[in-house]
Design a protein around this ligand. Sequence first.
Ligand code: ZN
Length: 298
Amino acid sequence: MNTRALYGAIEAGGTKFVCAAGYGPRDIAPQMRAVIPTTRPADTLAAVVAFFEQVSASAGAFSAFGVGAFGPVDVEPTSGTWGSILSTPKPGWAGTSLVAPLERFGCPVALDTDVSAAALAEARLGAGRDAHSLTYVTVGTGIGGGVIDQGRSIRGMLHPEMGHVRVRRDPRDTHFAGVCPFHGDCLEGLASGPAIVARWGVPMSALPAGHTGPDIIGGYLGQLAATIALMFASERIVFGGGVMGGADLLPRIRAVAAEQLGGYLPIETRAGGFERLIVAPALADQAGIIGAMLLAMG
Ligand code: ZN
């Protein structure tokens, strides 16, 4: 009889739900994982529940669940719609509760955004292990960020939505209107994967050598990094996501952040300087599910 606490973790994404069960972030057996496509809410959530019921049948009752969800999602526990997806262009998902289907397991559920879950994992077990505060930015289909301070994600009326901050236009990029349906040329509207394809016809990874794209996109992300340093004083700023994998943007991000901050913050005088402040993820694509497991463990 196994007496260790069993946890369930869900990384609920716009294209797939990654599910895992185990006894800790480093203790997830291969047969305790499942990847379920995000289709209609009823179908996807039924498959999620079936997976965890199957695990429970052999491994016993769950102690808690952790969910890292695509957003916007209601993360306010006292709200009547806690755990529900808010406005989203994904058909059928607006108003869908991600936590109600888990009630049948009769255990606590912890929930945060997918990017805040990834930030938690990087802060505790990855790029921020030696820091007290960390911001994780994902640059892909959208741009999102999670801020961890003293081991917890910050949140308020909603989770952070730092992809929608305004940035100063690159002079080489004045004719593109941007793709954000709410703001046009906010950061996400200018530097997300869809913005890159809309402007140059191909993703970041397919731009020809010598193209100005990486320089322009890296510059916008550098402006965000400077803003994060000013707003949250994060000791570590991690940039991940599909666009980051398409080119080596970190040197440009660091250079623009340094230029924009103008020596105002004590970064260059610290060991490692901007190379230590602005980094790549340490947990690769596992940060989200590890973070969901950490959420379950409390
Ligand atoms: Zn926007």
